[in-house]
Design a protein around this ligand. Sequence first.
Ligand SMILES: *Cc1c(COP(=O)(O)O)cnc(C)c1O
Length: 495
Amino acid sequence: MRYCSTRNAADTVSAAEAVKEGIAPDGGLFVPAARLIANDELRGFAGDYQELCVKVLSIFFPEFTAGELQGVVAGAYGGGKFPLPAVAPLSEAGGVYFLELWHGPTCAFKDMALQVLPRLLPLAVAKTGAGADIAILVATSGDTGKAALEGFRDVPGTRVIVFYPEEGVSEMQRRQMVTQEGENVHVVAVRGNFDDAQGGVKAIFRDKKIKEVVGAGGFRFSSANSINWGRLAPQVVYYFHAYNRLLARGRLSAGDRVNFVVPTGNFGNILAGYYAWKMGLPVNKFICAANSNNVLTDFINTGTYDRNREFYRTISPSMDILISSNLERLLFEAAGRDDRKIISWMEELASEGRYTVDRNTSQTIRDLFWSGCATDEETMDTISSFFTAHGYLADPHTAVGINVYNKYVARSNDETPAVVVSTASPFKFNRSVAGAVLGKDAVRSHSEYELTALLAAETGREIPPALQNLETRPVLHSDVVSKEGMKEMVVRLLS
Ligand SMILES: *Cc1c(COP(=O)(O)O)cnc(C)c1O
């Protein structure tokens, strides 16, 4: 399989090239250059998670040998990194299934792909004969940063620089990042929100001068954000995995359709589900769940994407995003792979902050996607009521999913079995989760660290090892820059 840019469907590159570059030189995103076709082997596949992952990756990365991919996958998911044998267990509560993607080293779903990418990238670089070290720039809304740091720490030939919004992450998320060990890692706070950090990173990728400067120092840039195809491909796996678990448990018969509910920010997770659908996974609807930053909900419902709106800091910070990069990939497919349309919409987005797609494209998207949103108050209520009624403790992102799914069912009466994609451990967001479960007064005077213990005691859940004793680990990273200062910081760190 070869890859093209969403802004230039004619020229193609190899998978290794696409992963190494991260983003296409024209600013577009790499997508499979040919239409994906249904793969009958994946649906109903009886092997374990790692075997399924090798199968999926071998489709997307044909120039990698089976041995290479097995090594990548064993390194990513084996060796105790994901302690549960299922890797991503499927639990059940309140009439829905939860695909729990947060049993990896940093307790959020980003680990699913960011344990794979750091193993894939050095191989990709070797295959394309680039003689430089890779400098990975990451913009994070909280979870990607830590997962990238863990994934890339001490990987030879790589450096990682993570930019996070100074005021935009939970205390546990921040602490996880600033205590990161490793010889090749840097963590920098940006005065601004996630869109500022992501915009700053994209600007660096486009800046020829800075590329020359770091190039002279022996580095070339790549991305560990979900704009990198190497992030998306491993995420396709767990959609098939969830379906196959339901088949194995007799909850579905072959060919039955399911709904997936996905708490969404940058549109990476849900887009991986869309590619799984293209590869033959029987999906009825993808339910795109947003928080108050509901730019995607409005887009899916109206066909107009408009980022000119207030930005909210919510209790689901990993979804506090107004420019959802991966939507560009869906647009490309839904618009019949018409790169000229993508170029004009993305130009409008850059200049006006908004664009409207044609009716066909909009309808094509609505045939498969439904979207709703939840306020912080609704999210808190959902965490509390779902725990009380069903004993299931959801983090705020997952709770947004539950809330929006309930709205969907009320509106549609759709009885298709639903899988809520559960994206983070509740302990990563314990101020909100403990507040919802124990009441706001009970949590007011406690630090996040104290709340970890309190929440565990109250709910009988175990604190994930990665989140234990965070407060006693030394802070190793304290740089803060303005959005404008990001370039200079990159140059300084890489020289
Ligand atoms: C990143 C993240 C999301 C959003 O995923 P996208 O791929 O950006 O849409 C949702 N929940 C959690 C916990 C996350 O870390």
